[in-house]
Design a protein around this ligand. Structure first.
Ligand SMILES: [Zn+2]
Length: 295
């Protein structure tokens, strides 16, 4: 048995003409659900984006690179934010965790209805002066297709993305996972045709997850007949790097005047981390110490 349950596998196929990623993220998504107390449709939406984000994070090259995927949308969920690094650490939240919607026409959680129209932004902070920002309009608002469209238009990399979250009857997360398959510019016609044929046959990632497929088995199916080679495996987990000291620094940065007002209010203040919902309490005494460190 592995020490971890969630992981990302990386693979190549057809003699490096294809690169591929697949992940199982049940614990990542269940942790997010518990932290944010998300409704089923919000869990599905956030879970899909966390899964895509974890895999996209693993595509980055440098230790300190940070990937952020942000969706701003008109639907009742209002927005989602996910951040990931190259080591499988991922975190995220939705603007409205309580969104409830009837099932869609296929009887599934209506993620597209929760998001509706919107814009997807991918921000890669690679330690340069300006981060890379790619923005695209949501296509189906089901998230996987929206990431496919982002890869095609912003990165000019033809890709196929599948993401799925499956819920238990008690609304905890039963399975979550997905895949990203990308083709290189020098791909041969016959290889591309075979890949397209395979992808067409895949009706849903959720169905594969329901059968208990591992990430390796998902890729074996997507890349069937294309000589898939697994190159490495990275554990992935919901992880937030917030701490009382980081929140303290954030309070310092708001300036002396505002901190003075909080002190005069005479009440403890509570600061919540958006990403993991941890609550940090600061007493008036602590604020008096903080103001000494502020300008
Ligand atoms: Zn946090």
């Amino acid at each position: 048995m592995k020490e971890y349950s969630d992981y990302i596998v990386r693979a190549t196929a057809a003699n490096h003409q294809i690169r591929a990623f697949a992940a199982t993220t049940r614990d990542v998504v269940e942790t997010a659900r518990q932290r944010h107390n998300t409704s089923p449709v919000a869990t599905a939406a956030l879970g899909r984006l966390l899964t895509g984000g974890a895999m996209m994070g693993s595509m980055m090259k440098n230790d300190k690179d940070m990937l952020t995927i942000q969706i701003k949308c008109e639907g009742p969920i209002k927005g989602l934010t996910v951040t990931a690094d190259m080591h499988g650490n991922v975190k995220g939240y939705v603007e409205n965790p309580d969104v409830m919607l009837p099932p869609n026409s296929k009887g599934k959680l209506d993620v597209a209805g929760a998001l509706d129209l919107g814009v997807l932004s991918v921000i890669k902070d690679m330690g340069l002066k300006e981060p890379y920002v790619g923005q695209t309009i949501l296509q189906t608002s089901e998230i996987a297709e929206d990431l496919t469209y982002y890869f095609a238009t912003s990165e000019q990399v033809p890709s196929s993305v599948g993401l799925g979250v499956l819920m238990e009857k008690d609304n905890t997360v039963k399975q979550a996972g997905g895949f990203i398959v990308q083709v290189m510019p020098f791909i041969e016609e016959t290889v591309l045709a075979k890949l397209e044929e395979n992808v067409k046959k895949i009706t849903s990632v959720t169905a594969m997850l329901d059968k208990g497929y591992t990430p390796e088995q998902i890729l074996e199916e997507v890349l069937e007949g294309l000589d898939v080679e697994f190159t490495d495996e990275i554990p992935t987990q919901f992880a937030c790097n917030c701490s009382k000291e980081r929140v303290t620094k954030a309070i310092i940065s708001i300036g002396k005047k505002d901190i003075q007002e909080m002190i005069e209010d005479g009440k403890d203040i509570e600061v919540n981390c958006h990403f993991c919902n941890t609550q940090y309490t600061f007493t008036v005494e602590e604020l008096k110490e903080i103001i000494k460190r502020s300008r």
